[in-house]
Design a protein around this ligand. Structure first.
Ligand code: NAD
Ligand code: GLY
Length: 375
């Protein structure tokens, strides 16, 4: 993982995800959206390309994106998908293929995802499959997408039987992150993305965790230089994980910290009550509790995690009304379960984790048990 500075006046961060012939740069900066065309032209001939976005993001950033591409000699067409997780679907995928085929975009034409994780995952899968694969560029505009989903090459769509069940590992050729796009992001979405930032601190980087404890309010106030610093640190951590285990054979699953119970809570509340990050916050607190219950981490570690999430305004308790049978069934249905045991990510100390094999019943029992210390 190399971190270099570009010779421009702004404090641009450029990281490289080292994956052999699939290596790519992540450019992080306030204002980098306007450099998209130039950055892309450094990697391929200016030509026709397609920008996939939704109306919410498009109204703020599509004109600038198109202008940046045109200024560098590209001829972009736009594909607009309605806003919402339910549109990370086969139907949306078909509408992207239809548009590209009708416009006769060829194999060298890049697909550019302008939006959050929904647009990124969908566009990435379209890029992986259109004409057996075309170049793919991520321009993430949510905090979650900037620190997590735009890096690492997980792409896909939802199936009626479950989220993210159909997809491919397909790395982008370039990621351009403009932290100023977060200025229009609703606060609830910002906070949900912050959960993934806090997650990196818990699992990999105690210093990042301490920085968040110190500067949380500045971050929630969207201080651009702090955002650039933090997004860059998270991308660097994610890149290191992906470099070590690109296809999640083993180590990459540490990124699932908090996600086992988080996914169950999301599913059991019909994906309506919580944003993904909000459910993961509950899952992270649970994972810390389970770790402490197994004697792996201290009370103080658990308390620091709870305190930081609460300061960000997040709920941390498993919602009342979920039965232990429902939780066990939801956890057991997770696609990461094998042989009846879940490889559960526990925390040992801030910045340090270990995998423990846990049954869904154990998780469910502890999740609904509200002892004196969790009241
Ligand atoms: P999202 O893409 O639905 O975006 C959240 C909302 O914010 C949407 O309404 C969107 O239109 C809006 N929005 C986006 N950018 C904006 C901006 N700058 N200003 C104003 N509004 C803006 O949600 P998300 O949290 O970004 O992503 C969630 C998706 O990411 C899920 O489908 C999840 O499965 C996926 N995901 C993928 C990975 C991966 O590794 N590929 C990792 C985590 C999550
Ligand atoms: N978001 C988890 C991963 O990319 O593996």
């Amino acid at each position: 993982m190399a971190a270099t500075k570009l010779p421009v006046s702004r404090p641009t961060e450029v990281l490289t995800v080292e994956l052999g012939e699939r290596s790519y740069s992540i450019v992080i900066d306030a204002g980098s959206l306007d450099d998209l065309g130039t950055l892309l032209a450094e990697r391929c001939q200016p030509q026709r390309c397609a920008v996939v976005t939704n109306p919410t993001v498009g109204k703020h950033y599509l004109d600038r994106t198109l202008a940046a591409l045109q200024a560098a000699g590209f001829t972009p067409l736009t594909v607009e998908i309605p806003d919402g997780e339910q549109f990370k679907s086969f139907a949306s995928l078909t509408s992207i293929y239809d548009r590209l085929l009708t416009a006769k975009l060829d194999r060298s034409a890049p697909l550019i995802a302008l939006g959050g994780g929904v647009i990124g995952d969908l566009t990435g899968f379209a890029a992986a499959t259109y004409l057996r694969g075309v170049p793919f560029v991520q321009v993430p505009t949510t905090l979650l997408a900037q620190v997590d989903s735009s890096v690492g090459g997980k792409t896909g769509v939802n199936h009626p039987l479950g989220k993210n069940l159909i997809g491919a590992f397909y790395q982008p050729s370039l990621v351009v992150i403009d932290v100023t796009t977060l200025s229009t992001l609703p606060r609830r979405e910002l906070v949900a993305g912050l959960v993934e930032v806090i997650k990196y601190g818990v699992i990999l980087d105690a210093e990042l965790f301490a920085l968040l404890e110190r500067d949380l309010e500045r971050l929630l106030g969207r201080d651009e230089s702090l955002l650039t610093q933090i997004v860059s640190r998270c991308c660097s951590l994610k890149a290191a994980v992906v470099q070590r285990d690109e296809r999640e054979q083993d180590y990459r699953s540490i990124l699932n910290f908090g996600h086992t119970l988080g996914h169950a809570v999301e599913a059991l509340t019909d994906y309506k009550r919580y944003l993904h990050g909000e459910a993961v916050a509950i899952g992270m607190v649970f994972a810390a509790r389970l770790s402490r219950a197994r004697g792996l981490c201290s009370d103080e570690t658990e308390k620091r995690i709870v305190r930081l999430l609460e300061r960000a305004g997040l709920a941390v308790d498993v919602p009342h009304g979920l039965s232990s049978a429902d939780i066990a069934a939801a956890v057991a249905g997770d696609k990461k379960v094998s042989g009846g045991k879940i490889k559960f990510v526990c925390v040992e100390d801030l910045g340090r984790t270990r995998f423990e094999l846990v049954t869904s019943q154990e998780i469910a029992r502890l999740a609904v048990h509200r002892g004196a210390d969790s009241e």
